[in-house]
Design a protein around this ligand. Structure first.
Ligand code: ADP
Length: 500
């Protein structure tokens, strides 16, 4: 028997999964690692700890599965996106802590770029909005603030990478310094149309060419692991950013297919085929993946919408309001009332993402009466997750001109049946939960498996995908429209609150 091995290197934990030929989970291992918050708005990781926890779970999962590296046909790598690492090519040591995607330290730099009128040009080249979220300004910050870094980078002594590159470097014993397009597309340095690093963006952010990784396909035999790692060399044949990996793991291979992942935030991605779509509704335009041969299989693109507070709203009910003891309890509490009694919670605790992109919006609870209790607020929190998702969904339909007929879902909070039912009601299309919750790890295993011929093609994988449960809309169109309008009124009241 031979198996596939998968890395899911996330924001809070490193995971490894062994899959069999049926796409079933054979074994899984997971380790959390340290989150550093050195200043308000700053979030850092220790890149060495990321690698050590990842290596440990890779070894552990082989043990759990009772297999050796020899029985692994190929390895796939999915990773937290945008997090920025800068290391010494000679020693392999990071020159500073990794700057995590959530880190806001470069907000001022981003505001200056916007004030200088660069937003339309950057959107046209990279598909992104100017935001501290993306890697480019984080790398610029490291080059400017780590003593000697810029000079050493120009001399070719330092290597930049997002977490995919860092893992690739470590897995190959420092032999391969590379990335792939779905991660490169999150740096602000990558040209969406040409599929290469963009000289103008490098000049604008003052990034020397010598620090950049080589761009290799997402699906293809790109490297082999160093024998030290797993006790045998394993081909590395598939890699992608975690959200793009989940899109692939949900078998959204055809243009117009979309998935939404309900984690800390919500990330909805829609396959837009072989052309990037310029968003008119503040969505991101990004690479989905790239097949083994650029000539034969061009880049596939996606539209992406980001909701910052999804599962995090439930964490706030638990830790902030303390009206539940565990995240899972929110379902029973919310189900104890028929509706919210016209109460709306806008969880703009850190501003609003798609489609409002309002950094000054703040959390708002409107419509309370003397009859309002904790159950109404809990239900309003679930509705808020669903209504924010519906806003993104509508933006996607409008941008793509494609009628979305269903939404595939995954992620921790998608286990909540009431939330999924509310989601179907406010969307007006079926919400379909996948039978496998490890869609991120599965996605890169699929990419790797296609590259080495472990699976024959998209048809075979499409046949493997199974729905676990389908939630059908129960609201009339008029009720859905009225509710959406009421929600937008509540959102309007949260806007610009923190200004001045
Ligand atoms: P991440 O990958 O972002 O860490 P996960 O996919 O592990 O997220 O999901 C965890 C998130 O889902 C947490 O924010 C938690 O509050 C939320 N969550 C977990 N279970 C439920 C539930 N039953 N109902 C609503 N939210 C939940």
């Amino acid at each position: 028997m031979d198996y596939m091995l998968s890395i899911d290197q996330g924001t809070t934990s490193s995971r490894a999964v062994v899959f069999d030929h049926g796409g079933r989970v054979v074994a899984m291992a997971q380790r959390e690692f340290t989150q550093f918050f050195p200043q308000p708005g700053w979030v850092e990781h220790d890149a060495n700890e990321i690698w050590q926890t990842q290596l440990a779970v890779l070894r552990e999962v082989l043990m759990h599965a009772g297999i050796t590296a020899r029985q692994v046909r190929a390895l796939g790598i999915a990773n937290q996106r945008e997090t920025t690492v800068l290391w010494d090519r000679q020693t392999g040591e990071p020159v500073a802590p990794a700057i995590v995607w959530q880190d806001r330290r470069t907000t001022g730099f981003c505001e200056a770029l916007r004030a200088a009128g660069h937003a339309p040009g950057i959107a046209a080249k990279t598909g992104l909005v100017i935001d501290a979220y993306f890697s480019g300004t984080k790398l610029a910050w490291l080059l400017d603030n780590v003593p000697g870094a810029r000079l050493r980078a120009e001399r070719g002594e330092l290597a930049f990478g997002t977490v995919d590159s860092w893992l690739m470097w470590q897995l190959t014993g420092g032999r391969v310094h590379a990335t792939e397009p779905s991660n490169a597309a999150r740096t602000l340095l990558f040209n969406l149309k040409t599929g290469t690093w963009d000289e103008d963006m490098l000049a604008l952010l003052n990034i020397p060419h010598a620090v950049l990784p080589q761009i290799l396909p997402s699906c293809g035999l790109v490297a082999v692991t160093d024998t030290q790692c797993l006790g045998g060399s394993v081909p590395i044949a598939g890699w992608a950013g975690d959200q793009q990996a989940a899109l692939f793991g949900q078998a959204c291979f055809a243009p117009g297919m979309a998935k939404n992942t309900y984690g800390t935030g919500c990330f909805m991605l829609m396959n837009t085929g072989d052309q990037p779509v310029a968003s008119q509704h503040q969505l991101l335009s990004t690479v989905a993946w790239q097949g083994p041969s650029t000539a034969l299989r061009p880049l596939a693109y996606a539209l992406e919408g980001s909701v910052f507070m999804a599962g995090a709203t439930v964490q706030w009910l638990r830790d902030g309001l303390q009206i539940i003891d565990s995240a899972a309890q929110v379902e029973a509490l919310a189900a104890s009332v028929q509706d919210t009694g016209d109460v709306f919670l806008v969880p703009a605790f850190a501003g609003l993402g798609t489609p409002d992109w309002d950094g000054q919006a703040r959390g708002t609870l409107v419509g309370m009466t003397r009859g309002t209790g904790r159950a109404h607020i809990a239900r309003a929190a679930l509705e808020a997750i669903a209504l924010q998702t519906a806003d993104v969904f509508r933006a996607m339909s409008a941008d793509s001109g494609l009628a979305l007929t269903e939404l595939r879902v995954d992620g921790g909070a998608s286990k909540n049946d009431l939330l999924m039912q509310i989601q179907a009601n406010v969307l007006g299309v079926p919400v379909v939960r996948s039978h496998i919750s490890e869609t991120t790890a599965l996605g890169v295993t699929y990419l790797a498996g296609l590259a080495i011929g472990y699976w024959s093609g998209a048809e075979e994988l499409t046949a493997q995908w199974q729905e676990e449960r389908r939630f059908l809309p129960q609201w009339q169109e008029s009720q859905r429209m009225a509710h959406a309008q009421r929600w937008r009124e509540a959102v309007a009241r949260s806007r610009s609150w923190a200004q001045n």
